[in-house]
Design a protein. Structure first.
Length: 168
């Protein structure tokens, strides 16, 4: 019986990374393994982005892209470097800039916010290949409130309990 519980818990913890592929730059936000959770390692309560992601059917769509889940003035799409909301599952983003966390309030200057906006001429040229557009050049890194850090999925309380039960 204990083995079934442990395996079920481990499956739930291990399944979390499946969401990374459903978001543009889902695995590229520095220091964050789980964009939708208060704990960046995953598990536990969800942040506003996680709640919005869930409300939008666990998929990246124009509605989720255009929301500003953390209220910092940049849309989720701008923060994840899909400012024109054209990214689709499996597509490659054109930008090599560093994305910011859509669930943690950043402090952007007005120039940084302007640089994140969709460039319509680029959007039109990318609309046929499903690649995302890039924010305008000169995007500077904003000041980011640091979420509670974790060492990865095994740092979550649920995983620790599962590992302890498995080792016993």
């Amino acid at each position: 019986m204990h083995s079934i519980i442990v395996l079920s818990i481990l499956a739930m913890v291990a399944a979390k990374p499946q969401f990374v592929a459903l978001l543009p730059n889902g695995g590229n936000v520095p220091g964050v393994n789980a964009l939708g959770h208060v704990d960046p390692a995953g598990g536990g309560s969800r942040n506003n982005f996680g709640k919005d992601f869930s409300s939008n059917g666990l998929s990246w769509n124009k509605a989720l892209c255009q929301l500003d889940s953390d209220g910092d003035g940049a849309t989720n799409g701008e923060e994840l470097l899909d400012p024109c909301c054209t990214w689709s599952n499996g597509a490659t983003l054109a930008s090599t800039a560093t994305p910011t966390h859509p669930g943690v309030k950043n402090t952007f200057t007005s120039a940084q916010l302007a640089a994140l906006k969709c460039q319509t001429s680029v959007a039109a040229s990318n609309s046929t290949n499903n690649a995302s557009t890039v924010p305008s050049s000169g995007v500077a890194t904003p000041t980011t409130a640091k979420p509670t850090s974790g060492a990865g999925h095994l740092a979550t309380p649920l995983a620790a309990v599962a590992l302890a039960a498995f080792m016993a």
